[in-house]
Design a protein around this ligand. Structure first.
Ligand code: HEM
Length: 393
């Protein structure tokens, strides 16, 4: 730790700041390129350029000492795809290459589009629904559970496990400690299974096959399965929930998407920019260095605040706090950037685009029906409930 600056006792993980983090992010961005936060013993990197710099340089900003904020989980997860540097990282990532290749994703697109239409068709019949409980928490989990090849009996545990992993990565607070039993349950399950328990041809099975072929250690297989469970679940659920929330509160933006379907990819980028599902992961400085003039000491941990970078007016201009589906947000950082940039982003885009298409076919207008409730989690941002009524197309 090198410098202590003004808002050093700020708690980014309080209920208030998790409910609406954007004022704190703006204050931090205005304060300095990196601000030391005493409460968590970490630097906060909040500006677009700084976040990109950290993510783009694994030699200076290492993930190998964990990407969370407490020693227990950082130690337990070392050597996973998220918490490793090359060459180990590249070997682990190589195992995913086939399952998440553009060709593999394309082969699933027909069935995913069908599932999206079937779900939306059934929801519109009642004239309204809870966009979290009946849509966002239904669509990705069923698709991802098939992709990874989870057996039926554990599928009901996937949501609590995913939420638990992201809470457990946080600083030592109530949310982190109460997530530990869920993490233990998840690890208990992954260490108790064999590859043959996962569906043949699935992404999960490919990991165990790679271990059998000697491409990766047997010990890495359960770790990769944990990483997939977390990475593919709450991220996409939150993105979809936030999309419906934003379309219901900005009806003119939904009109624009319906009037011009070619806007769907841009609209999804804008949802991810405006309400980034993952707020933070961390890195450790491997030497004394500086971020835009702010000195950082060797061994210091840095929070990489994707959600703040995506609202940085220095990069996205004075309208950074406006939701605008016609904006070119293709350089948003919600999927990360560089070496650890999201391996499943093609898959996530396919799910979201299919759902947006299905909703555009059947739903003319979303209207908020009651106050949405936020779901507070240390690392990811989303809603607990989102009641909407709809006008059918
Ligand atoms: C909207 C949905 C999603 C968002 C916002 C998201 C976000 C992210 C972010 C920010 C990272 C980078 C972590 C870092 O910088 O340390 C990441 C990595 C990763 N994501 Fe995603 N993700 C999404 C969906 C998915 C899906 C559907 C899958 C799998 C099918 C997936 C698999 C992964 C994996 C395996 C990594 C680790 C990559 C590495 O360390 O090399 N993600 N994701």
């Amino acid at each position: 730790m090198t410098t202590i600056t003004t808002p050093s006792d700020l708690d980014l993980f309080s209920d208030e700041n998790l409910t609406d983090p954007y004022p704190a992010y703006r204050a931090l961005r205005d304060e300095a390129p990196a601000v030391w936060l005493d409460r968590v013993g970490c630097w906060a990197v909040t500006r677009y350029d700084g976040v990109r710099e950290v993510l783009g340089d694994w030699e200076r900003f290492s993930a190998a000492q964990g990407v969370g904020m407490n020693d227990e989980v950082n130690t337990a997860t070392q050597g996973t795809i998220l918490a490793s540097d090359p060459p180990l990282h590249d070997t682990l990532r190589g195992v995913l290459a086939e399952s998440l290749s553009p060709r593999a994703i394309k082969s699933l697109s027909g069935s995913i589009s069908e599932q999206a239409h079937r779900l939306v068709d059934s929801l519109v019949e009642d004239g309204g629904f809870d966009a979290i409980g009946q849509l966002a928490r239904v669509f990705p989990p069923s698709i991802v559970a098939d992709l990874i090849g989870f057996p039926q009996d554990v599928r009901p545990r996937l949501l609590p496990w995913g939420d638990g992993v992201f809470n457990a990565l946080g600083p030592v607070n109530e949310r982190m400690t109460s997530a530990m039993p869920l993490l233990q349950e998840l690890y208990g399950w992954v260490y108790g299974i064999q590859g043959s328990d996962l569906t043949e041809g699935s992404m999960g099975r490919a990991v165990y096959d790679a271990a059998d072929r000697g491409v990766i250690d047997h010990a890495s297989a359960p770790q990769l399965l944990v990483a997939y469970t977390a990475a593919a679940m709450d991220t996409t659920i939150n993105a979809i929930g936030s999309a419906v929330w934003l379309f219901s509160t900005h009806p003119e933006q939904w009109d624009a998407v319906r009037a011009d379907r070619s806007l769907i990819p841009a609209a999804f980028n804008e949802v991810l920019r405006f309400e980034s599902p993952v707020h933070v992961f961390t890195r450790v400085a491997t030497r004394d260095l500086a971020i835009d003039g702010t000195p950082i000491g060797e061994g210091d941990r840095l929070m990489v605040l994707y959600a703040s970078a995506n609202r940085d007016e220095r990069h996205f201009g004075d309208s950074a706090d406006e939701f605008d589906v016609t904006r070119d947000a293709s350089d948003q950082l919600a999927f990360g950037y560089g070496l650890h940039g999201c391996a499943g982003q093609g898959f996530a885009r396919m799910e979201a685009h299919a759902l947006f298409e299905a909703m555009a076919d059947r739903i003319e207008r979303f209207e908020p029906a009651g106050t949405p409730k936020r779901h507070l989690n240390n690392f990811v941002r989303g809603l607990e409930t989102l009641p909407v009524t709809i006008r059918k197309a």
